[in-house]
Design a protein around this ligand. Structure first.
Ligand code: WTA
Length: 639
């Protein structure tokens, strides 16, 4: 029997509205989206809601012309929102800055002019590698304004990961800062950019925001200070087609290099603005805090764009949520009167570990609603969040979605009608989303049974494609089940119709909410001169979800030693970034593989976790029992 928590009466009443809207979104799709697309302004109205003639390349809001920067800024500056605070920025050190809608508008225009003056134009690709400072959303909005396609790279990635993304996105411009802060230390971003550029095909411009005042090198005729290129004035927003690209954001898959997920100018804003409204029902006077990093999709959609599209006031925090003390998050909530908090299960579990005394030392009564995102939330963390932080009165909005989906797909909906919540379930699909849980053959599994979650029809937030690789888009997302969007996660739909998201069905890891491909770490390892082969998998971790474990073999002539392992970890940190460093690296005599060359990650993991099933033949699809037995011996022989 699953536990259900009856919600406060005031949240409970309207499930009928949810069902009405949900059903309408499926039965009268055109009517529904004609109405919901009005959440943004269009320079030229679209003449058709959906063109699905080239499945699975779906096009939304055909021939509609619009601009993200216009919708986030210009349309508000002639209204009473002109002087409303758009962002309250708080630094780790406790500095704060506020910027109003009008202030942001001016700054975005000034930077857009600076970009144009450097010769950057519509369609050009721009990589943004920045800390969590106000210039980051300014840079994204300035690119959006002139139609340049931005590619934000999380500042926790290292030089090789950055170089690969600069190359793959074909960026000729990089926007960065001298440095950023993390737990009191300065991250030398500009120096990392210099190294990445040396590894890349090269760029024409680097724009540097002065932030940490660390010493950097500036290369003549390539590097410019942000302060020197901005120019006050007005830049007319480009009239972009609904299906022109807005941004590329790289994310990890099971195979190959990271995929550049491409989102557009029409469907994406319509989707994220509607989903933020449906899920959290933010009011004009609310203070919204999405405590993610802008380098990931959560930051793009729900720190930068959707809150501005809805004209909200957001908190933006640069720094770690437990620094300088474990009460940092609660301190910010109290100080700024945060009404809605959206964060990750990893953050909740980390803060839970520090104990109740930290939240209890703060007045959290401004909170009305709590959100979670990015990974499955375990019931213990859910209860702590609900009881200790929300004082049993804030509904928990568990939002399930992905980089590729643009915005929330399955989530309770405070605006349309919230169901009784079940801790650990993201509840029901949002309007427009028609999920199903399939078995291996594409048949619906029975309620209560585990299967693959798919979405059976397109919705406006679905990515346009994988940048430069239409084939990969089809293969990854629409091949396992033809023309159904394959999310890559296991799920259960229970007897009440609630969805339970159970995590990845593939070898993608979630480390502290960050999506990491096992293959990326393996590639990073085998690119080192000492390492011949490597296998990487995730070890369940009570706080971070997964931690990275690696097994590797050395090339002839190298001997294992603790120093070598430390050195390898250090190099992974530089090349790929601190988030990709394996917690443990085990050197073994062979990395077990099937005859067809597939690394037996599951066998290695089972041996490592001491969870070998009696029937080993179920462990790896392509491997024979003999091969698995041999693999077990090798790994047990261990280091
Ligand atoms: C996982 C993050 C359970 C899932 C927004 C998905 C979740 C992957 C939830 C996408 C949730 C995200 N419950 N699992 N509420 N939200 N996931 O692209 O495995 O970084 O496929 O987007 O995170 O990760 P991504």
């Amino acid at each position: 029997m699953v536990e259900t928590l009856p919600m406060d009466e005031k949240y409970k009443v309207h499930m009928s509205k949810y069902f009405e809207e949900y059903n309408r979104s499926l039965t009268d799709m055109d009517g529904f989206w004609n109405e919901k697309a009005k959440i943004i302004d269009w320079f030229k109205p679209f003449d058709k809601v959906l063109d699905d003639s080239k499945k699975p390349f779906y096009k939304w809001f055909i021939n509609g012309k619009t601009n993200m920067s216009y919708n986030c800024l210009d349309r508000y500056i002639k209204t009473e929102k002109r002087n409303k605070v758009a962002f309250i920025w708080v630094s780790e050190k406790g500095d704060e800055k506020m910027v109003t809608y009008y202030g942001l508008y001016r700054r975005v225009n000034a930077f857009a002019r600076g970009l144009l003056n450097l010769g950057i134009k519509r369609g050009d690709k721009v990589t943004i590698y920045m800390p969590m400072i106000l210039e980051t959303p300014i840079a994204m909005l300035a690119c959006a304004r002139i139609g340049a396609v931005f590619n934000v790279v999380f500042s926790g990635f290292g030089e090789e990961a950055l170089a690969q993304r600069i190359n793959d996105s074909n960026s000729k411009t990089v926007i960065t800062a001298d440095g950023g802060y993390r737990k009191g230390k300065i991250i030398e971003l500009k120096n990392l950019v210099d190294k990445a550029i040396d590894l890349s095909r090269g760029v024409d411009n680097v724009i540097v925001v002065k932030n940490a005042n660390n010493k950097i090198n500036m290369e003549q005729d390539r590097d410019y200070y942000y302060d020197d290129i901005i120019e006050e004035g007005y830049v007319k927003p480009e009239e972009l087609d609904s299906n022109d690209p807005l941004f590329i954001l790289y994310t990890s898959g099971t195979t190959g290099k990271p995929k550049g997920i491409l989102h557009g100018n029409g469907g994406y804003p319509v989707w994220i603005a509607n989903t933020l409204k449906w899920a959290f029902d933010p009011k004009d006077e609310d203070r919204w805090w999405c405590a993610a990093d802008i380098g990931w999709i959560t930051g793009h959609s729900y720190i930068v764009f959707a809150p501005l599209l809805l004209g909200l006031t957001s908190i933006m925090y640069e720094g770690a949520i437990d620094h300088p003390k474990p009460d940092r998050m609660w301190d910010i909530i109290e100080k700024y009167g945060v009404n809605i908090l959206h964060t990750s299960p990893t953050a909740i579990r980390l803060l839970m570990k520090y104990g109740e005394k930290y939240p209890k030392g703060h007045d959290l009564s401004s909170l009305k609603t709590l959100g979670t995102v990015g990974e499955p939330i375990n019931p213990a963390a859910w209860h702590w969040y609900y009881e200790v932080i929300g004082k049993n009165k804030c509904p928990i909005i568990d939002t399930y979605w992905q980089t590729e989906t643009g915005g929330f797909t399955v989530s309770p909906s405070l605006n349309l009608g919230i169901p009784d919540l079940k801790p650990g379930s993201a509840t029901f699909p949002l309007p427009g989303i028609e999920p199903a849980v399939f078995d291996e053959n594409g048949n619906n599994v029975k309620p209560g049974e585990k299967g693959y979650i798919v979405i059976k029809r397109p919705w406006p937030g679905l990515m346009l494609t994988v940048n430069g690789d239409d084939k990969r888009y089809i293969e990854t997302y629409f091949s396992k089940f033809k023309n159904k969007y394959f999310m890559g996660d296991y799920a259960i739909k229970d007897n009440d119709g609630y969805y339970w998201l159970l995590g990845r069905a593939d070898e993608v890891l979630k480390v502290a909410g960050h999506r990491i491909g096992t293959m990326e770490v393996e590639d990073g390892l085998v690119s080192m001169k000492e390492i011949a082969e490597a296998a990487v998998f995730g070890k369940p971790d009570t706080i971070k979800g997964d931690t990275i474990i690696a097994f590797a073999t050395l090339k002839d002539g190298y001997d294992k030693s603790p120093e070598l392992i430390e050195d390898i970890k250090k190099r992974i940190k530089n090349n790929l970034g601190p988030i990709m460093v394996p917690e443990e690296i085990h050197i073994v005599s062979a990395v077990p593989k099937t005859r067809s060359g597939k690394i037996m990650r599951r066998v290695i993991k089972a041996v490592y976790l001491d969870q070998l099933p009696g029937d080993v033949s179920t462990l790896e699809n392509e491997a024979s029992v003999d091969e698995i037995r041999k693999a077990v011996e090798i790994i047990k022989g261990g280091d």
